[in-house]
Design a protein. Sequence first.
Length: 609
Amino acid sequence: MCGIVGHLGPQNSVDVVLEGLKRLEYRGYDSAGVSFISSDNNLKIYKKKGKIQNLIDELADKEIHARSSIGHTRWATHGGVTDNNAHPHVCEDMGIAMVHNGIIENAGELREFLIGEGVKFKSETDSETFLGLLIYNVKQGKEIKEAVIESFKKIEGFSAFVVLNKETSEIFSIKNGAPLVCGMNEVNSEVLVSSDPYALAGIANKIYFPEDQVLCHLSAGNANLLNFYELDGSKSTRYISKSQSMDHNPAEKGEFEHFMLKEIYEQPELIRSLTQFYFQGEGKESLEQAVDLPRTNLHVTACGTAYYAGLVIKDFFEQINRIPCRPEVASEFRYRDPILNKDDLALFISQSGETADTLAAQELCKKTGMKTLSIVNTEGSTLFRDCNVNLLIRAGMEIGVASTKAFTQQVLTGRTLSAVIANGGMDDNLKNSLATKYSLLAERIEELLERSDEIRTVAGEIYRKQGFFYTGRGVYFPIALEGALKLKEIAYVHAEGYAAGELKHGPIALIDEEKVNVALVGPELYEKTVSNIQEIKARKGIIVVVGPQGKKDLEEIADYYIPINFDGLEELSPLYINVVNQLLAYHIAKFLGTDIDKPRNLAKSVTVE
Ligand code: M6R
């Protein structure tokens, strides 16, 4: 979705902002723009629909030396995809430019009021009403800082705003329920703001996560480059800060053609490090706190891939811990008036920690007085800040829009919690037994990754087919759902995940020689699953079996057989099969020539409902 980058400092600000916007491309957008104060002290603005490259091309022959700049990638909500609707929105006469993420819910009535006050609008966006409010407040005689605060107070809905003021070269930012992060490099006297910490990696050595309704003030040339204020103008301490390593650059794809592939290959290493983090490292305390939370019932709420991770985690909690577990997608949960009790535990799973529906569901649970726990990747994200206890999944930055390594780490984090609860606490024996298990999983995944070409060959045979049904039973059912999601989002082909026994209750009507059944077969319920494959085969469906190695019947029934070694993996085997699905989706998408890391219509973090 929309992305924001602002920069103030000695190096050419426009370059920093454009580089930041390029890093945010993975979030999905349809136009981009930048505004800056030129060396002859004019407020400049350039915006273009389409790729950031269009904007870069537009700027290519201009001599630009700017010390402060703001930029934006827009994902249209109000008003079409046009140069004019792109951000920044600017009032040249007053020397003010602004960008916005989110939705201004009362834009209609504000616009009417502002038009009545003589404010002129240039775009169809809701965002421009904030500029209108700034113009109105400045005309009323307010200083820019006060004008930002007063304008912000009038806004309804989840939003983040960044404002560049020409007269003072300052940048202001403020948010409510939308992501915003500030960064600083004291050595270079640089300050930054962005909707995503990824834009700041390698530039800022300290990052700050302000809370809602905290005004961030970025200024150059004095001792305090970055200040935080409350809405009454007093200094604020409502932010968290952390140091950031400067040598880590997650933007590098290295030897890999796509971030998605790189992230699939990172899984073994990440899996191996998880027990260390939770039993001896920084995660120990939060895991202990999580174990102490009340948990008569467990409500698991999330979206997309994170929700499917929740379905796997549900199996752990119900089968191993016998805790009743209710998984639900956040967009439904939040409007359903769910039955929630104080002794229940609300678990939220999210890679970004910024998914609007998941945040709203968390807010709802918090209001009932329930304890809230997150399994989350992004430290400092809104979800991270709002939950009582957070279990970090330690997946590192995930850039591919299709979530891969985050799923694996989410499930393993859930498994770790379930194991500690079952064990009645943490001890070395448990640590060692989990570490051995996780290490076996990592080893098996490494073996699978070595077989990527074999999976590519299967992909090459089936990528032109008209539809895909992923089927599985029990623990493999959520993996079937996740496999289908992965394929449809990156390859743009129709795919559905089904419980293997459910196909004959309707969808089997679709089966013919143009449809593929990716059958996920585990050691449990083996015969029953094979019978389900027979039913598809009898209707001429193409059968891809991902199942136990050395099975004659599978070899006979399958058009393509991807044999795997389940031995010793037990309840972690769904994660193993899932990597086959990740690679299959990747290779099919590659054959179809889609934009794998940035699939059409999708955003990495979905910050609107
Ligand atoms: O950041 P989150 O984990 O909360 O995101 C949830 C979903 O939007 C996300 O998993 C989405 O389904 C992915 N694109 C799937 O690959």
